[in-house]
Structure formats: structure tokens, C-alpha cells
Design a protein around this ligand. Structure first.
Ligand code: G6P
Ligand code: MG
Length: 221
């Protein structure tokens, strides 16, 4: 493939907010007496706020009405905001800034594709709002991953065709979204979990432009 654009997920790829999402959901689960484990949390990664709540309520066999659900979701978000408001630039995951600046220096467009409505706030706290050529997030996209909308929107904003984009994702739903968009996908995390990604690395500190170019030239892709 001809590499022209890279699109990064935010939570779990650029910054480890996944642990804060988990802590805030766990607090809600404890309040509702639901046994919610770290393993269950894998299913929440990349998934929108309301869809995440639905998964937790399903685990607890609960079916509250929509108003109650809205209340639970905003309670969780308040707890989550308490964590992320204290976040500092040193929480940017290792290798992210180096890799992104390598891409930019090589003329590759860099976009962000996240389900999170808190994306602008997180980027602001980390001081990296200006880093991306395009941002598609929970505020300008309506269909959650695994729907490809967030990545297709980011590629359009970048002016790059989907087949010329590589997505970096830590979530199963996000890998599926990238594949549904017709893009190549580098999984960030474990090969055992991200089985459908075209390549899996443990973090962006294991990526480089050279490695990405080799990957993009793989004849099987
Ligand atoms: C990301 C995270 C999910 C989270 C979603 C919505 O995709 O991986 O765990 O539920 O964003 O985040 P928000 O900040 O809008 O609640
Ligand atoms: Mg993620």
C-alpha cells in the first residue's frame, strides 16, 4: 500500500486513560452491586460511553429506564473527569511523540480517531491539541466503533484515501472499525487479544517510520 496517513486512537494508544475509565466504571459497578472485572473491561475499550454502560448493566442483569441510565453515565463521567483533570503531559505513553513527529517530518498526515467525547479536554491537558492534522472524536461522529465512521471521517479530514491509511488501535472494537474502513491496522497491546490486527506491538515505543514502511510494503496486505 502507499502510505499517506496514520490515524491514532487516543485512549490506550497515546495515553493510558483506559485505567481511569476502568476505575470510574468500577466505582459505578460497586455502587450498583455489579461484579465487574478487569477482564470484562476489555469489552469496553473503544466502545462509546452509553454502549459501555449497557455492557455493565447486562453483566448485572439490570434494565433501568433511559433517565436512570443517563444519570449513571454522567456520574461515571464525573468520576472519570476527576482523574483526567489531573493528568499531566508525562502521562503521554512512551514513544508516541517521537513516532508522530517522525511521521510528520516524512510528510505523512497524522489524524486522531477516538470515540471519546472528552478528547478535546484530554488533548488540552496533555498539551498536544495542535499535534494532529485532523481530529475525529465522539463529538463529531455518531456511530461507535466497530463502525468505521470515526476513521473514515478522520481520513476525509486528512484528505487521504482509506486504503492509504494505517490505524493504531488498542481495542478489539477499534481494530474491527479500522478493518471495516478498509485500512491497515497496527494493534497496540497483546497479540492474544488483538487477533485481527495486521501487526501487533506492545506500544508506540516499538514503532518507527522504518518499521512502518516495511509493514506497509508487506505483499500479503
Ligand atoms: C474511548 C475509550 C472507551 C470510552 C469511550 C468514550 O474509546 O476506549 O473506553 O468508553 O472512549 O469515552 P468518553 O470519554 O466519551 O466517555
Ligand atoms: Mg483505545
Amino acid at each position: 500500500m502507499k502510505l499517506k496517513g496514520c490515524i491514532f486512537d487516543l485512549d490506550g494508544v497515546i495515553v493510558d486513560t483506559a485505567k481511569y475509565h476502568y476505575q470510574a466504571w468500577k466505582k459505578l459497578a460497586v455502587m450498583l452491586n455489579i461484579n465487574f472485572t478487569e477482564e470484562d473491561n476489555e469489552r469496553l475499550k473503544g466502545v462509546s460511553r452509553m454502549a459501555s454502560l449497557d455492557i455493565i448493566l447486562e453483566i448485572g442483569n439490570m434494565t433501568p429506564d433511559d433517565r436512570t441510565k443517563e444519570g449513571y453515565a454522567s456520574l461515571k463521567n464525573r468520576w472519570y473527569l476527576d482523574y483526567i483533570n489531573q493528568m499531566m503531559p508525562d502521562e503521554i505513553l512512551p514513544g508516541s511523540l517521537e513516532f508522530i513527529s517522525e511521521l510528520k517530518n516524512a510528510g505523512i498526515k497524522v489524524g486522531l480517531g477516538s470515540a471519546s467525547k472528552n478528547t478535546p479536554l484530554i488533548l488540552e491537558c496533555l498539551g498536544i491539541a495542535k499535534l494532529f492534522d485532523a481530529i475525529a472524536d465522539g463529538n463529531n461522529v455518531s456511530n461507535a466503533k466497530p463502525d468505521p465512521e470515526v476513521f473514515v471521517t478522520a481520513s476525509k479530514m486528512l484528505g487521504v484515501l482509506p486504503e492509504n491509511c494505517v490505524v493504531f488501535e488498542d481495542a478489539v472494537a477499534g481494530v474491527e472499525a479500522a478493518l471495516n474502513a478498509g485500512m491497515l491496522c497496527v494493534g497496540i497491546g497483546s497479540e492474544k487479544i488483538l487477533t485481527n490486527a495486521h501487526l501487533v506491538v506492545s506500544g508506540l515505543d516499538k514503532m518507527s517510520l522504518r518499521k512502518l514502511r516495511v509493514f506497509a510494503k508487506r505483499p500479503d496486505l
